[in-house]
Design a protein around this ligand. Structure first.
Ligand code: SF4
Length: 49
């Protein structure tokens, strides 16, 4: 897994602004084709408890 910098610190996989998940899944954020990064989303996000 390459280093992934992620600022979503409330995710349970996040440690010191870095993703620690063994694999992540990223999908389009809505229908059709993404044209900008904000039209994608991390599906592996999980709220930390
Ligand atoms: S799983 Fe997604 S949201 Fe969570 S730390 Fe990794 S990249 Fe960020």
């Amino acid at each position: 897994m390459p280093q992934i910098k992620c600022s979503v610190t409330e995710c349970k996989w996040n440690n010191a602004i870095e993703c620690q998940a063994p694999m992540i899944q990223v999908d389009r954020n809505g229908a059709g084709q993404a044209e900008k990064s904000d039209q994608t989303k991390c599906e592996t996000f999980k709220m930390s408890s």
